[in-house]
Design a protein around this ligand. Structure first.
Ligand code: UDP
Length: 236
């Protein structure tokens, strides 16, 4: 049973990288697409904000000494590449997906137009939001919070490398425990890094819950949208 009608899925660029150290891993992107297709088949409207960290980040070592805004625009362009790869993988899987970009690159992708994005969702198409917020000094997490709020998503699903939010870094501290649920206020008080601060504040203000779960756990996305206790839920 689907617990939601409309969700915003945030996929980091690393989600497409698999075990590679750079770029897009074919098998990984195909697995992602089949997991998303399974959820879409439940009738859940799905919008995706895709990151770019597998190709370029404004704060990456490779950008050292660069003008930050220029580097960030490069990062946003990286998300456009990922979005196109994702759209094409959806096409091959028989799922219709549309890319909308926060930066105008008309020959390549259509621009972000909110009512059009909502119409695509109502038509059962997967919508991929590219180029983040369109502004330097932001992240695609913030784009996820922003677009999620704009389209009236009921939840932001943040797929990460860790299977939820822990009391401490589970890679460094063997005693770290995973929260099943945590409130926005508690997460702030405990200084837990769920998303970057701007994204987190926007979700909190818009009363938009966040579920953090692992990208590498097969079936995790399905369980996250069918209401099972997957990963960690951040609630009001
Ligand atoms: N970026 C930006 N504005 C945005 C979103 C992204 O400038 O609204 C740039 C920024 O340089 C960032 C890069 O794009 O480092 C890739 O995005 P992000 O780091 O969020 O990708 P992820 O970590 O999710 O792969």
């Amino acid at each position: 049973m689907a617990a939601y009608k409309r969700v915003l899925l945030k996929l980091s660029g690393e989600a497409l990288m698999g075990d590679d150290s750079y770029g897009i891993n074919r098998a990984t992107i195909e697995r992602m697409v089949s997991e998303v297709a399974e959820v879409a088949a439940l009738g859940i409207e799905l919008a995706i904000v895709i990151g770019g960290g597998n190709i370029f980040r404004g704060v990456a070592p490779g950008a050292t000494g660069m003008d930050r805004a220029t580097a960030d625009y490069m990062g946003m362009m990286a998300t456009v590449m990922n979005a196109l790869a994702l759209q094409d993988a959806f096409r091959r899987a028989g799922v219709t997906a549309r890319v909308q970009s926060a930066l105008n690159i008309e020959q390549v992708v259509e621009p972000y137009i909110r009512p059009k994005a909502i119409r695509y969702l109502e038509e059962g198409k997967v919508v991929i939001f590219a180029a983040g917020t369109g502004n330097p000094f932001f992240t695609t997490d913030t784009a996820a919070a922003l677009r999620g709020s704009e389209i009236g998503a009921e939840i932001v699903l943040k797929a990460t490398k860790v299977d939820g939010i822990y009391s401490a870094d589970p890679n460094k501290n063997p005693d770290a425990t995973r929260y099943e649920r945590i409130s926005f206020n508690e997460a702030i008080a405990k200084n837990l890094e769920v998303m970057d601060a701007t994204a987190f504040a926007l979700c909190r203000d818009q009363k938009l819950p966040i579920r953090v779960f692992s990208i590498n756990k097969p079936g995790a996305l399905y369980r996250a949208v069918t209401g099972d206790n997957e990963g960690t839920l951040v609630h009001m």
